[in-house]
Design a protein around this ligand. Structure first.
Ligand code: PEP
Ligand code: MG
Length: 568
């Protein structure tokens, strides 16, 4: 049986399913001894939970990073919330019930209250409250954590949703894969899986219902397929793909340390896209020549309040130091659209992708934007920083953003805080308007990076997340390709460099075409870098330019795909 989900972390995995059912332990209402004894057990359970969470927090900070570990601070504060702690003690005393029963009822009451309020932030807190409540109840009942007791080597974790406290305990030596029923590319489990380099598929509806614990299952993190009740043919197919993938990865290792160069000696740059400072490690393992896109919005997500200047400074500094001389393009906050920051109270929008997003939001909230700009400037002395603004649609936005950057510089100067004097600032080209006026924009910025994920959706008027119009979200459409060519030409005419950081930059069939168009930098998932270096090494610029001439004269996406050997 095969199920389809969303691939969020590359790789193939075959292993034994460990299903995290989230099943509640049996809770007795009556207390065992006196009120005093119940209250005492409750206090001990709180203390043990506190120690446990603190340990997970430390482990998580060491394995995945300080940023992701912050979620556990919220857990720790729940343990001290008087509404819960005093409320439970009162209930034990007045109703003479067990501590586990009282806590369970208190948590359920609060969760019900949360449900009546339509607020994304509270919904996320509900998940934390549930998680902490379960932990304390487990301590009261002496029941061990499912995942801690059952995990063996060769496990594929299957869960409805992987709560952060579970993900943080994932041992990468034992866990081969992760499957969840909910979530998308930006869900917590997805980000963690990528950071840990574990193949993962999310959004596989009803997966728990169809799986037997202990059953051998497989997942294809490239295609998003999940295989249940693995038959022999599927097993062989996955094994072969896994071996091929491994052999290919081994072969590609010879490109580590090599320049990215065409057959005739033209040098290009291959960079990595990252979403958390810790992913810079993965970028270096794959020999990225820089970071072409650091999506900073993830610093703002999965937490309860804005990251302050100091915290952001530390995050940017960490990446810059890690990358040494290599360029690091840090994109300013791109929230809105599909990326919600729950504590910021975003307006309900009919078309969030056409709405209050990215630079539009930041320019309306200069106080918030300035914190990021100051943090970036302060970090700039630790490496080769370039700053990039997302979702630009007119020149005024660029000028306004640069004016704020200037203000931030002046503030720092007056505080005698140093920053680098030669930071390039550039923009993403991801709206058709920006692409069409790219000749004018190019006169005002140091570089462009083409964001094809958005540029395609806006050019084709096809929501990048809407499966009903997925056939129109077409990277091979001649309209999209001509627009890209226009942007590259405009940049070069004005003497600035141009990169691409949308998913297309790592698309094997399109790389020769973009090469021929003159793209200077390709930024992609770290796992695609070595393969892209190999592809570029097989082309000469004259061959690639000829390909561009031919392709741009074709009239349909299918003709383009055929010419680019997409069907082979
Ligand atoms: C893009 O739009 O191509 C891009 C890289 O930005 P994001 O995917 O974060 O919107
Ligand atoms: Mg974008």
């Amino acid at each position: 049986m095969k199920r389809q989900g969303i691939s969020v972390s590359d790789g193939i995995a075959i292993g034994e399913a460990l299903v995290i059912t989230g099943q509640e332990p049996d809770i007795q209402k009556d207390m065992q001894g006196s009120v005093q004894k119940e209250v005492q057990s409750f206090e001990t359970a709180l203390e043990n939970s506190r120690k446990e969470i603190q340990n997970i927090r430390n482990q998580s900070a060491a394995d995945i990073g300080e940023e992701q570990a912050k979620i556990f601070d919220a857990h720790l504060s729940i343990l001290e919330d008087p509404e819960i702690v005093d409320g439970v003690k009162e209930m034990i005393a007045s109703e003479e019930v067990s501590a586990a029963y009282a806590l369970d009822r208190k948590v359920t009451e609060l969760l019900q209250l949360f449900e009546t309020i339509d607020n994304e932030y509270l919904k996320e807190r509900a998940q934390d409250l549930k998680d902490v409540g379960r932990r304390v109840i487990r301590h009261l009942l002496g029941v061990k954590d499912e995942i801690l007791t059952d995990m063996k080597e060769g496990t594929i974790l299957v869960a409805h949703d992987l709560a952060p406290s579970y993900t943080a305990q994932v041992d990468r030596r034992k866990v081969r894969g992760i499957i969840t029923a909910t979530g998308g590319r930006t869900s917590h489990a997805a980000i963690m899986a990528r950071a840990l380099g574990i193949p993962a598929v999310v959004g596989v509806k009803d997966i728990i219902k169809h799986i037997q614990p202990g059953e051998t299952i497989g997942l294809d993190g490239f295609t998003g397929e999940v295989f249940l009740k693995l038959d022999n043919d599927q097993f062989q197919m996955l094994r072969e793909k896994q071996q091929k993938n491994q052999a290919r990865q081994d072969k590609l290792k010879k490109f580590i340390g090599k320049k990215t160069m065409t057959k005739d000696g033209l040098v290009r740059e291959l960079a990595a896209n990252i979403a958390a400072p810790e992913e810079a490690e993965l970028a270096l393992e794959n020999d990225a020549e820089g970071i072409g896109l650091f999506r900073t919005e993830f610093l703002y997500m999965n937490r309860t309040e804005l990251p302050d200047e100091e915290e952001q400074f530390e995050a940017y500094k960490a990446v810059l130091e890690k990358m040494g001389d290599r360029p690091v393009i840090i994109r300013t906050l791109d929230i809105g659209g599909d990326k919600n920051v729950t504590y910021l109270d975003f307006p309900e929008e009919l078309n969030p992708f056409l709405g209050f997003r990215a630079i539009r939001y930041c320019l309306e909230h200069p106080e918030l934007f300035k914190v990021q700009l100051r943090a970036l400037l302060r970090a700039s002395t630790y490496g080769n920083l370039k700053i990039m603004y997302p979702m630009v649609s007119n020149l005024e936005e660029v000028r306004a953003a640069n004016a704020l950057l200037e203000e931030a510089k002046q503030e720092l100067s007056s505080e005698s805080i140093s920053f680098s004097s030669n930071i390039e600032s550039g923009i993403m080209i991801e709206t058709p308007a920006a692409a069409i006026i790219s000749d004018q924009l190019a006169k005002n910025v140091d570089f462009f990076s083409i964001g094809t994920n958005d540029l395609i959706q806006y050019t084709m008027a096809a929501d990048r997340l809407n499966e009903h119009v997925a056939h129109l979200y077409d990277p091979f459409h001649p309209g999209v390709l001509r627009l890209i060519k226009k942007v590259i030409d405009a940049a070069h005419q004005e003497g600035i460099w141009v990169g691409m950081c949308g998913e297309l930059a790592g698309e094997e069939h399109l790389i020769p075409l973009f090469l021929g168009m003159g793209l200077d930098e390709f930024s992609m998932n770290p796992g695609n870098i070595l393969q892209s270096r190999e592809i570029i090494s097989k082309w000469s610029m004259s061959e690639a330019r000829e390909l561009v001439q031919e392709v741009l004269n074709l009239t349909s996406s299918s003709e383009v795909k055929k010419r680019l050997d997409f069907f082979k």
